[in-house]
Every structure is written in C-alpha cells, then in structure tokens.
Design a protein around this ligand. Structure first.
Ligand SMILES: O=C(O)c1ccc(O)c(O)c1
Ligand SMILES: [Mg+2]
Length: 594
C-alpha cells in the first residue's frame, strides 16, 4: 500500500513539507488547503514540484460545510466546489475530502445530505474527480463512520465514497468492526492518527493531541486489519494535528512519521519487518567524560565497588566492571561535561537487529575502529544516545587489555538505564525504542516533582533483561526551574541492598520526613523502617506486594548519577513514586554545595 502524509503533519512552508516528506520516503501527500493558500507557487508549480520529488498528491482537503443545507446555500456550495475542482485539475489531484458539516445551517436530514452529496459527486465525476466523505467526530449531525456510510450508500453515486480517519473512528464509542463489511471500492481514502486516552472535548483532542501510530493508545493494527478486510488497497495516509510537530524540524518529524507507519504495517501484518531481536541484557553503558568529570565518575564507580578492569587498546576508553555490571568511560568523545553517550544491549543476532533498525529508518553506523578491534555497530536514538547491538558473548571486551584489577561484589547486573528526554522528542523516542528494539511499553506515570510535572515511561523486554526508563519534564517555562537538563542514570541490581549500602561511602541523604510518611503509608514497623532510614534507602510496594528498595548516589558532573536497586517479589516498576524525593534531595545537595 502506498504511504502518504498530510502536509498538516509537519512544520514549515509547503516547500519544507514536501522536501521532508520526499526525503523520508513517502509516496504521496494530502495537500491541506491552507498550505496551498499561503504558498507562492501556483497549483501547476506545486504539481511539478511534487512530481520532481516523486510525490503524488493523493488528496485535496478539507472541503467543509457542504451537505444538508437549504436550496439557496446549495447553489453557493456547488459553485464553491467548482472553484476547488479547477484548482484540483491544475494540481493533478483527483480525490477531494469533504468532511461532515459543523455548520448551524446544516439540517439533520440524511436524505437531503445524500441527495446533495450525489449532486456534488455528479459534478465532480464530470471533472474526473471523486468525493471522499469523512465524518468528523464533532460533526453537527454526522459524527460517526457508520452514519457517513449510511449517507454514502443512500446517495449511491460511483464518484462518492468514504474517507475513514482512525481518529474520528476510535475517539468515539461506535465499534469499527462493521467497516469490514463496507462495499468493496467504497472506501476512497484512509487517514491514520493515534492519540493518548484523554477525557476532553473531542475537537480539542483531535486538533492538539494526535500522534503518529504507535505513540498513543489506539488499536491501529486492529483497525487496519478491519479496513483491509473490506478490500481497501489505497494509500495509508498519516494525518496528525499536533502542537509539537507543528514546531519541530520537518525532516525529523517526517522520519518519525515514516517509522511509525512502517512499524504499523508490520504490526497489522501488511509488510512484515525482520523480527525484533530477542535482547539478552544490558551489555554496557557508556559515559562520555572529560578531564573534569572523568575523575568524578572513577571515584563514584570505585565507591560502588567497581574496578577499572580493562583499558582500550587504542583509545582513551576504560572498562569498569563488577559482576555483569559494565560501564565504559570514554574520553575520546569531545563534548564537555558528562553524559550517557551509549547503551549496549546484547542479542543473539546483532545483524538481524541492525537490519530491522535500517528498515525502520534507523541506519547503523560503525564507530571508527583499529585493526585489532572488533566492529560494533550502533544506531542513534532520537535523544542522541547511541545504541550498540552486541552478540551474546562479550567479544567486544577483546578491545580492552586487562588491567588485573579486581572488582568488589554485591552488585549483580544493570537493572535499568534512565534517559531523560526533551519534551519535544519524548513520543518519538518511545516509538524508536519500542519499534527498533522491540521493547514493550509499560504504563506512563506522572508525578509532581519540585520543579514541575514529570512523565515517565519504562520500555522493557518481556523477561525484563533490558529496561529503559524515559522521563520528561512536561513543561519547561520561565527562569525559575533549573535550566540544566534532568540528570540521567544507570541502576544496578543487588540481592542485598543493606550490605551494599553499608559499604558505599557516598549515598544521597533522604530526609527523615520521608521515613515517617513511609511508615504511615505502608504500615511498616519501626524495625523495618530504621535500616532504610539509616542508609538512605527508599522503598516502594506495588499492588501485588512486590517491593523495591533503592538508593542513589549524588549527581556527578552535574549530569549523571547511579542507583542501586533490590527488587523483591516481582516488583516491576522503576520506583517512579520516589522520584520527587530523589529530585528534591539532589537539589538540596546541590544548593548545599557538596
Ligand atoms: O480538524 C479538522 O477540521 C479536520 C479537517 C480535516 C480532517 O480530515 C480532519 O480529520 C479534521
Ligand atoms: Mg481526517
């Protein structure tokens, strides 16, 4: 099926939008009338530009407030349409979207609507044009797909069919199942948008919060299968109204859009992708450090019982280990400060994983390597983190000469990596990790932190060998909230957090008030709370009785910290409930200058 994108999805001038759509590999576009109206190009020039870019114009839209009007108004509406048909002829586009009327002048009269749409379609047909009728979820009298279908059927004109828009369908209670029974050939166009579950006015929901497929909560694979069952094989076209995308780099948004569509086609069984790699675990986490932050991280790692076990043969890169916990400190990357520059996950078949990534528009690159180094391929996530895919054996360790240092014990493995995201790319990052690495998304959590509302979402393998925790500040306004980005972190697992805490010299101090509250909230005995208080260990318990005990280090280099976690009884979260406490404690430490 052809892949299209509505010009409304991306930012910029019409030229910016077309260039972005073509570069991302779309076959066609839906031309939004506004984008035409503000363009300095004539319709014929737009047609030529699209042809040069290899894009077809699959739809002209929207034509509003046409049907079920009094006679006098009908004349005007038909004349208005004729002018649009002229424009469409010059553009070389043969399908016009007519969305259900929102006008107070429209009558609640299906027979009248059908009669007038048939008239419009007859005039369109003379020009070789088809009319695709779409029920807006907030249409005055027609607001569901089945109502629009009844009218189209009654009008019974070959040039009249339906435009199905996943948002209007899935935002309403009417089941989409009947779509499979729509007369073959009568679905003229399909528009796709996802959206988060929100309880708000449906028009506001649609105009501001649509997302690309896979970024929201709608069952789009299910809907596509239903639509396919009707015999539809026209374009699948993304139509997303989103305040963030309207302001973002169109080239980047178009790639995000294309990735969403490719992933959806896979999930709907239309075009299978190479299987998502079975991830075995976190192989290592790489920090880019500089002359100032390198020593701070070394000291922190030593404090946690890590040892500098390997030195890279050719680069200023150190391997630090303890059991299966591995951290790479890279001073070869020339960026100031410190940041998590890469995560590495192991899989049985890195080549297949990279193949899938490339199919999802995440091309692999191989870092420069010398003759004795094995090549590790990586893909770059939207947040700039490089994701290395290693084989099951840690053969990349051959790049490092052993130093002979021995690590302590107590820490077992990497539990999760916490990556903070800029607001504008949170959904893009979620889709990337979900589709490229095949990670499942757990429910989103929101919590009020000292400097604003935070949202977090964990992405995990089914067996929890890999966990990523993405967090984002929902607003960044004014001068008050700290301008620095929220720090990133790596969490290591242990089965004896009290013993580990007793050995780690620099732990984040947690206020006494937290422990009073904890005892009250979870009805914990003093004997249970006392050791937690003594060591600055935080606690959480889930609905099934699973428990998390965890503590933090201070923030190092202003940007990164470590966490130690002990999970008991199948606790599956990342301790999000305690994030505000952690943030306030980090802030307190920062203000006290320690
Ligand atoms: O928000 C709107 O008005 C609007 C217009 C055209 C569409 O196809 C649509 O889904 C919504
Ligand atoms: Mg639509």
């Amino acid at each position: 099926m052809r892949r299209s994108i509505a010009t409304v999805c991306v930012s910029g001038t019409l030229d910016d939008k077309l260039t972005a759509a073509a570069a991302a590999g779309f076959d066609g576009i839906e031309l939004f009338e506004n984008d035409l109206v503000v363009s300095p190009w004539s319709p014929a020039e737009i047609r030529d530009r699209c042809a040069d870019l290899g894009l077809s114009i699959d739809l002209y839209q929207p034509f509003r407030d046409f049907e079920a009007v009094p006679r006098e108004a009908l004349e005007l509406n038909l004349r208005r349409a004729a002018r649009k048909f002229d424009v469409m002829a010059a553009l070389g586009v043969n399908t016009m979207l007519v969305c259900s009327s929102v006008s107070p002048d429209a009558r609640d009269d299906d027979a009248l609507a059908a009669e007038q749409l048939a008239l419009l379609s007859a005039q369109a047909a003379e020009r070789g044009i088809r009319i695709a009728y779409e029920a807006l979820a907030w249409g005055r009298h027609v607001s569901t797909w089945d109502h629009a279908w009844r009218i189209v059927r009654a009008a019974d004109h070959p040039a009249l069919g339906l435009c199905l828009d996943s948002f209007h369908i899935l935002s309403r209670e009417v089941s989409p199942d009947g779509i499979a029974g729509i007369t073959p050939g009568k679905i003229f166009f399909v528009q796709l948008a996802d959206a988060p579950h929100l309880r708000m006015d449906v028009l506001q929901w649609s105009r501001h919060h649509r997302l690309f497929p896979g970024q929201g909560a709608f069952d789009l694979p299910g809907l596509i299968r239903t639509i396919k069952a009707s015999g539809y094989d026209g374009p699948l076209s993304l139509e997303v109204f989103n305040d963030v995308f309207r302001q973002s780099d169109p080239a980047r948004t178009a790639v995000d859009a294309m990735r969403s569509l490719i992933a959806l086609e896979d999930r709907a069984g239309l075009r299978p992708l190479p299987l998502a790699p079975a991830l075995r675990g976190h192989a290592f986490t790489e920090f880019a450090v500089d002359g100032g932050t390198g020593p701070q991280l070394r000291e922190a790692l030593r404090g946690l019982g890590f040892a500098h076990t390997g030195q890279h043969r050719t680069k200023p890169v150190e391997l630090w280990e303890q059991s299966a916990c591995r951290v790479v400190l890279n001073s070869a990357v020339t960026r100031p400060g410190v940041a998590i520059s890469a995560i590495a996950v192991s899989t049985d078949d890195p080549a297949a994983a990279l193949h899938r990534a490339a199919a999802l528009r995440a091309p692999a690159h191989v870092s420069a390597h010398g003759p004795r180094e094995i090549s590790l391929a990586s893909v770059t996530a939207p947040d700039g983190t490089d994701v290395f895919l290693t084989g099951p054996a840690p053969d990349w360790r051959a790049d490092f000469l052993p130093t002979g240092e021995n690590a302590g014990t107590g820490l077992l493995d990497t539990d999760h990596v916490g990556l903070t995201q800029p607001f504008d790319h949170f959904d893009e990052a979620g889709l990337f990790y979900h589709s490229v690495l095949g990670l499942d998304r757990l429910a989103t959590a929101e919590f009020a932190a000292p400097f604003g509302l935070m949202r977090s979402r964990a992405l995990v393998t089914a067996g929890r060998q890999v966990r990523l925790a993405l967090t984002v500040a929902l607003l960044r306004r004014g001068e008050w909230a700290p301008g620095v980005p929220e720090p990133q972190h790596v969490a290591f697992s242990t089965s004896d957090i009290l013993a580990v805490a007793a050995r780690v010299p620099r732990r984040l101090a947690i206020p006494d008030n937290y422990y009073s509250d904890l005892a009250a909230r979870f009805a914990l005995a003093d004997e249970a709370v006392e050791p937690l208080r003594r060591h600055g260990i935080l606690y959480d318990r889930d609905a099934h009785g699973g428990e998390l005990l965890h503590f933090y280090t201070p923030v190092h280099g202003g940007r990164v910290f470590f966490e130690i976690v002990e999970r008991r009884g199948g606790y599956d979260g990342c301790g999000e409930a305690n994030a505000p406490v952690r943030m306030a404690a980090h802030r307190h430490l920062r203000l006290s200058g320690r």
